[in-house]
Design a protein around this ligand. Structure first.
Ligand code: HEC
Length: 187
């Protein structure tokens, strides 16, 4: 499906939501419309909010990929393009400066909140475990719900593929690229 079709679907979903809200308002809850516990289908970029059911939803728990399998197959060039979005706030080069966010050279395997000169949020400072593929994969999907109170004001990358490609690229921004784990044995 091309993006125009997705736009039509997103428009239809939005139209339905507005319609339901108007009906609810007009009837003063004469009949309760139970929001679905789960989206019937997921539209890229549409986040469930209070109007569609509950508080700004933490994204549904997502399976962590087998990095030993997905990283060797990842598209590093595509990951570099994703990283351009990070570079608004982060320098990724060796010895680069801290910007709005801390410099990210060597970030995989680096203890969390450990860039000396950078003033981290207390949320980020609460834990100094080394960043791993898995913790970065989760953090980058939704920074605010993974580290509540973080001052990284970035919505997150919904696409797991984008995050995997990005991690494959970030590996190359290291003194010695973080090891890729052995692939999990076939089940
Ligand atoms: C709008 C600015 C902004 C954007 C865009 C942004 N970040 Fe951040 N990032 C920050 C800030 C600010 C912090 C410090 C967070 C804190 O202290 O809570 C941070 C922290 C981090 C950390 C923790 C670093 C450490 O030393 O522990 C990582 C990892 C990170 N960002 C990765 C990324 C990646 C990868 C992207 C792109 C997908 C990205 N960020 C996009 C501003 C941003």
């Amino acid at each position: 499906m091309d993006s125009w079709e997705w736009n039509k679907i997103a428009g239809a979903v939005l139209g339905t939501v507005i319609f339901i809200l108007v009906i609810r308002f007009a009837t003063e809850s004469l009949f309760e419309v139970e929001p679905p516990a789960k989206e019937a289908y997921h539209v890229e970029g549409v986040v469930q909010t209070a109007s569609t059911g509950g508080t700004p939803a933490a994204p549904a728990e997502e399976a962590v990929p087998d990095f030993g399998t997905v990283l060797p197959a990842a598209d590093v060039t595509a990951g570099k393009a994703v990283a351009a979005r990070c570079e608004q706030c982060h320098d990724i080069s060796k010895g680069g400066p801290d910007k709005i966010g801390p410099e990210l050279w060597n970030v995989i395997g680096r203890p969390r909140a450990s860039e000396g000169g950078f003033s981290y949020s207390s949320a980020m400072m609460a834990d100094h475990a080394a960043w791993t593929y898995e913790s970065l994969f989760k953090y980058l999907e939704s920074p605010q719900s993974t580290v509540p109170g973080t001052k990284m004001s970035f919505a997150g990358l919904r696409s797991a593929t984008d995050r995997i490609n990005l991690l494959a690229y970030l590996r190359t921004a290291e003194d010695s690229p973080a090891a890729i784990p052995a692939p999990a044995p076939a089940k």
